[in-house]
Design a protein around this ligand. Sequence first.
Ligand code: PEP
Ligand code: MG
Length: 312
Amino acid sequence: RADAAKELRGEPGQLKDGTKIPLLANVGKPGDAKTALEYGAEGVGLFRTEFLFIGNEEPPSVEEQTKAYAELLAQFPGKKVVIRLLDAGADKPLPFLTQEDEPNPALGLRGLRTLAQHKEVLEGQLKALADADAQTDADLWVMAPMVADEWEAEYFTKLGKSFGLKFVGCMAEVPSIAVMADKVSQVTDFVSIGTNDLTQYTLAADRTLGTVSNYQTAWHPAVLRVIKMICEAGNRNGMPVGVCGEAAADPDLAVVLAGLGVNSLSMTPVALDDVRAELARHTIDEAREIAAKALNGDYYKAPCWCELPQDK
Ligand code: PEP
Ligand code: MG
């Protein structure tokens, strides 16, 4: 089965009936780009820019950033590359940007909220991305992490466009953006669902805590229903919806996501073969049927402490 999956490398991600689901790679450091290409990624669906900032006393200069972004973009001529602005805070603390004394860091200043407090970092990153875009031929899409609603979505999209960026979008990681998805889809170019955080916030379970790790699954029908809200609004209003969290790397869940109306999937490169192969085994109608069962909770196993003892 692994060999059969490998044989499809180089083919585009698609369902059995030919419905295209482009398969992209998550890239967290420059070396990952090579691996992504080896595994047949059709582009990059999430470039995490944190590595440029981690371990430094201060933010990298615009020139340093431009160089790093251009190096990545140059490896994907003509292909889609989604670059995410810095997600500082919570599970990704940065000494010079984030506060250490927050009692609930995941509910505090992180992502776009941190950038809003450090406009020079936000605008420096957008400038570097626009400069790198001008030097290269990739299809650059830029997005912000932790966008909560249509006001933040509109602010970020307009700001990005004022720097000359063509596609500016938002990550959907906070349930409020899903609740407001019809509004959001009218003010931004695309949404990429970060299922790691979306799961954490939908189920109110810290993604870094082992004691509540059994909640950290996008198979939970509550998470899938939130994803469905985003897909419905996106598909109705012509706004592309991707998934770039861990959920996209689970071949069976990838089929469910396709059935819910997700347009593209981005994952760790080594997962691409199996996801590509599994998608090719189902038509869109079958994927929709499977998704309906998943929304009903048919594939979700509640933790054992929810089971009543036999004699009660
Ligand atoms: C996510 O939250 O699903 C995501 C892709 O972002 P990160 O894991 O970097 O927070
Ligand atoms: Mg996230």
